[in-house]
Design a protein around this ligand. Structure first.
Ligand code: ZN
Ligand code: ZN
Length: 454
């Protein structure tokens, strides 16, 4: 057979594509038994440590042996079985983004809660290409398929795979000894020795970073804070800019760090809890404000701190006062959110999270940017004309608008280069057995955040 250029190219292409095109061999998963925190029923005590037996996997499923997972505050209600703290806040309105009511009730199902984590791939379905057995991966809170409508438009934080996480959408991944099927929150879980997920949710990591540090930077809250500030997914923080961060939980504290990494010259951290303000100052904030002390003066204080060296308008100045003040933060990251239970440390001014969000909007400079990340309880009212013609650009998004496959590996590089400080944020580290106790600390805000390692 004659050797032709076309034939050579065809051969090369076939070689290149052969492996990924056919995927990997079928997974060999025996009926592996593993420990998992199973949530079921209503009220306190709904989450117990049990043994489950893994079901065989198929297609794009990936089995990950958990190394570390973050105990996320937004999961408090489901794990501890506590009612949301609605005192003074009324009942939550039905969200357009909430999972539709299904034929079965999530609380009646045996569900492993959690928002993903990091671990080692133990098995893959035959269609999986992104990761291999033995890879260390992040099971991301936000999937990225790369081919849905939103992924194709650069908004993988809105990946359509995330739209099917209601009770009727979940796939059983294991069984309890009495035959009860076991499901996972959002197809990812985390509070167990194993996570079984789909390829869309995993990001391979190539790093030698220590497990707690890596678990912290890859947690849903850290990637959201870094996403909002250092991924350039929603807004690009200009070097030298003034950034205000409203709410300094692990998400806000990651946003403080992201603002520092992005080159902000002033970073104003706002939180009612003294310990959190101190952590904020340690990881990069230049100023820290207590909303309980500042009260109605909070917005003026942020404007004062973001004032310019000159108010001479012919000289590039910003006039802080007047009907159209030149002052205000160039970028505001809102990361406060509603209380799920009344905190045991300093409570903020509004348990619904609405007031901090309104204040965040109003402390933004005219023409500036606000990035909202938190879950509030209720509807937001804003001054209409400020909203309409104030020039403030609002960026809302999942996980700070980050793109998992593009950004999580970059965030890991930020950890390795010591730009991102995981250690100061991971104030509680527990084993699988200590999970529930640590979740109480997270719920009552007596720790910044907790990482469970296995
Ligand atoms: Zn989370
Ligand atoms: Zn997608």
């Amino acid at each position: 057979m004659a050797i032709t250029r076309r034939g050579l190219l065809k051969g090369a292409a076939a070689g290149l594509l052969a492996k990924p095109a056919v995927g990997q061999g079928p997974a060999v998963v025996t009926r592996r038994r593993f420990k998992a925190w199973i949530s079921r029923g209503d009220g306190r005590g709904r989450t117990t440590l049990q043994e489950a037996t893994l079901r065989p996997i198929s297609g794009r499923q990936v089995v990950v042996r958990t190394q570390a997972t973050n105990l996320c505050y937004s999961n408090v209600g489901a794990v501890l079985g506590v009612q949301p703290n609605v005192a003074g806040g009324g009942t939550p309105p039905v969200s357009a983004l909430a999972a539709p009511p299904g034929t079965r009730r999530m609380n009646d199902m045996a569900v492993i809660q959690g928002h993903g984590g990091i671990g080692i791939v133990e098995a893959v379905g035959p269609e999986v290409r992104r990761v291999r057995v033995g890879d260390q991966v992040c099971v991301s809170g936000t999937p990225q398929c790369g081919s849905c409508y939103h992924c194709l438009r650069g908004r993988s934080d809105m990946c359509q795979f995330l739209s099917a996480i209601g009770a009727d959408d979940l796939t059983a991944i294991a069984d309890l000894s009495d035959g009860t099927p076991v499901y996972e929150n959002s197809h990812i879980g985390g509070l167990a020795e194993l996570m079984v997920t789909f390829e869309e949710w995993v990001v391979p990591l190539f790093t030698k970073a220590e497990i707690v540090d890596l678990g912290m930077v890859c947690s849903c809250v850290s990637v959201a804070g870094l996403g909002a500030t250092a991924s350039q997914g929603l807004a690009t923080i200009a070097p030298g800019a003034t950034v205000a961060v409203v709410g300094c939980g692990p998400l806000g504290l990651s946003a403080v760090q992201g603002a520092r990494i992005a080159g902000a010259s002033k970073i104003i951290a706002i939180d009612p809890i003294r310990a959190r303000r101190e952590v904020a100052l340690k990881v990069g904030a230049t100023d820290a404000l207590d909303p309980n002390v500042e009260k109605d003066n909070l917005i003026q204080r942020v404007r004062g701190l973001s004032s310019w060296p000159t108010d001479r308008l012919w000289s590039g100045g910003r006039n802080p006062g007047g009907r159209r003040p030149g002052a205000g933060a160039d970028f505001v990251v809102e990361a406060a959110g509603a209380d799920q239970v009344p905190p045991k440390l300093e409570a903020g001014p509004d348990p619904t999270g609405i007031l901090p969000m309104q204040q965040a909007y109003q402390m933004c400079a005219l023409g500036g940017h606000i990035i909202t990340t938190s879950l509030v309880r209720g509807n937001i009212t804003l001054p209409g004309n400020l909203f309409s013609i104030g020039g403030v650009t609002h960026h809302g998004g999942q996980a700070g608008g980050m793109s998992p496959m593009r950004d999580i590996p970059r965030f890991v590089r930020m950890l390795e280069s010591k730009q991102y400080d995981s250690k100061t944020l991971a104030t509680t580290v527990v084993s699988l057995d200590g999970m529930l106790e640590a979740y109480e600390q997270v719920a009552y805000r007596t720790t910044v955040t907790a990482i469970m390692t296995i």
